[in-house]
Design a protein. Structure first.
Length: 269
């Protein structure tokens, strides 16, 4: 870990997560807060269109940031995605911790900027998540687990270096997965599949009611997706010692060897 923290590439990646998170939250939550600034001449604003607008803002902003900084940090922009990548041995424990800190700080900074811009809005929740009326905490937790599961499953699948069948845009695929999660979950929980994003709103709104749901749910969903993909759907045959080396030394590239697609040896370079 000590050797990894001395590398410039390590800090570039952490800074990229911080800056990209600011842009992502500013665009996505800004789109949601835009409900409070309707265009008086428009007769087309409807609840359905508002949900689509916000979902597209989240999805397209993630896709844009993934295209912009993916080559620097991997563009996780979500603690649940970072956890999934950690469990599938794509990053070290130290980098995962630093990524999550950077993501949370970026979300707080972006939400603080939005708080200033929307200071005239009454009862401004700043995108605060919470179970909708009639939705229990347990049901909200289940929704968050499922939508984050599909997101992290998409991420680990499309970034699998063993695959040769992907010809489309990986950032767009991930962005569409984020948009899909929001289309499903906005009416139930406000969609908190990104714990850092939820954290920024909770800090600035000074309201942590039900906030645990938006950490526990996404983290369970992300961990489950990574484990199921890495050990069941597309298993790697690797020594546990090799995995420990990846988690501690920060090795991110693998020599992949195997005599069939289902059995692949993972060895740190």
């Amino acid at each position: 870990m000590a050797s990894e923290i001395k590398k410039k590439a390590f800090w570039r990646a952490v800074i990229a997560e911080f800056l990209a998170m600011i842009i992502f939250v500013f665009i996505s939550i800004g789109a949601a807060l835009g409900f409070n600034f309707p265009v008086a001449q428009s007769q087309n604003a409807t609840r359905t269109q508002d949900i689509v607008k916000v979902s597209l803002a989240f999805g397209l902003s993630i896709a844009t940031m993934a295209q912009s900084v993916g080559h620097i940090s991997g563009a996780h922009l979500n603690p649940a995605v970072t956890l999934g990548c950690l469990l599938s041995c794509q990053i070290s424990i130290l980098k995962a911790v630093m990524y999550i800190i950077a993501q949370c700080l970026g979300a707080v900074v972006a939400t603080a900027i939005l708080s200033g811009i929307t200071s005239e809005v009454r009862e401004n929740s700043l995108g605060l998540n919470g179970p909708s009326g009639g939705v229990s905490a347990g049901q909200a937790l289940g929704v968050e687990i499922i939508i984050t599961f599909q997101l992290v499953l998409c991420v680990v699948a499309v970034t699998d270096k063993r695959r040769t069948d992907i010809t489309g845009s990986i950032p767009l695929a991930i962005g569409l997965s984020v948009a899909l999660g929001h289309l499903i979950a906005i009416d139930y929980t406000g969609c908190g599949m990104n714990p850092a994003r939820s954290f920024g709103s909770a800090v600035m709104a000074r309201n942590f009611s039900h906030h645990w749901i938006f950490w526990v749910g996404p983290m369970i969903g992300g961990a489950a997706a990574a484990i199921i993909y890495d050990f069941i759907l597309a298993p790697r045959t690797s020594d546990f010692t090799d995995r420990i080396k990846v988690w501690t030394r920060g090795v991110e590239e693998y020599d992949l060897d195997g005599d069939d697609n289902a059995r692949v040896e993972m060895k740190p370079k």
